[in-house]
Design a protein around this ligand. Structure first.
Ligand code: TPP
Ligand code: SF4
Length: 278
């Protein structure tokens, strides 16, 4: 009897450079979950004819998060640490018909790249920025990041982080952009939902994704396996439909409110400067 071998194709394969898989992210890392959710939102937009995949560009800087640009099968650029936003701004200005996404870590986007983040938000620049907050500089070994909650142990804060973290949601919101949301890799459906809304909107759109780094974050604070860190972060997140900005404050004990903090429809930078093209 002839045997037929059936190989099922993953629904997102068409958006991934399959030759590069398996990816380099550690087991239990939130990055694959996050990218998968984003690609599901992209897929819905493509199937609805609202996005042309040939016009989608993903730009990243450097870090574990930034490796996403290696894996997507559409135009992408792996740029310099902290400089993904200016690179993406250049791409959008050069070709206003592109939909440009930035994907980076909290060190990349809010640390070394923090100044670019503020000014892109201030300009309501037509970009969608994802900041994956795993709460440390993961690629370089788990050093303290600007988002690390006070008191936590990292490789550079062996007595506990003495600093207060930046609340990046509030910081970006203060610049009056069109969209600000916070999701978590423990809630991939939210990442997909917020991405779906933000894709194709005008102006500056910012989505923070709280994420699990079991390898160099969790193990320094007593979570010795990916599941226990996942459960801890999940237990620290609460979803609200339209939270106020005051509810964006976080610390390790009280955790994070997830939700859409800002949704506006103001003209983006390109329309304001007479260069908008759908
Ligand atoms: C200009 C410059 N400074 C420092 C580095 C070293 N470096 C590489 S990745 C990284 C931090 C990565 O942390 P983050 O951006 O939060 O991403 P993650 O690895 O956590 O996803 C640093 C400091 C670099 N590559 N370039
Ligand atoms: S070091 Fe952390 S952020 Fe980097 S791939 Fe591993 S789990 Fe993910």
């Amino acid at each position: 009897m002839a045997l037929t071998r059936v190989i099922a194709e993953h629904p997102l394969s068409k958006y991934l450079v399959n030759e590069r898989l398996p990816h380099a992210w550690c087991p239990g890392c939130g990055l694959g979950i996050t990218l998968g959710a984003i690609l599901r939102a992209v897929d819905r937009k493509v199937r609805e004819g609202k996005i042309d995949i040939k016009k989608l560009v993903l730009v990243s800087g450097i870090g574990c998060s930034a490796r996403a640009s290696f894996y997507v099968r559409f135009d992408s650029a792996h740029t310099i640490h902290g400089r993904a936003i200016p690179f993406a701004t250049g791409a959008k200005l050069a070709n206003p018909s592109l939909e440009v996404i930035v994907f980076g870590g909290d060190g990349d986007i809010a640390g070394i790249g923090g100044n670019h983040l503020i000014h892109a938000a201030r300009r309501n620049m037509d970009l969608l920025v994802f900041m994956v907050s795993n709460l440390v500089y993961a690629m370089t070994g788990g050093q303290v990041a600007p988002t690390t909650p006070t008191g936590l142990f990292t490789t550079t804060t062996p007595y506990g982080n003495p600093e207060r973290p930046i609340n990046v949601v509030k910081l970006v919101a203060s610049q009056n952009p069109n969209y600000v949301a916070r999701a978590s890799a423990t809630h991939p459906a939210l990442i997909e939902q917020y991405t779906y809304r933000a894709l194709g909107m005008e102006g500056f759109r910012f989505i923070e994704v709280i994420s699990m780094c079991p390898e160099v974050f969790g193990r320094h604070i007593g979570y010795n396996d990916p599941v226990s860190l996942y459960k801890a972060i999940k237990s620290k997140t609460r979803v609200k439909a339209r939270p106020s900005l005051d509810e964006a404050d976080y610390d390790w004990n009280h955790g994070w409110v997830l939700g859409e903090f800002i949704i506006k429809n103001n003209p983006g930078y390109l329309r304001t400067t007479g260069r908008w093209r759908a």
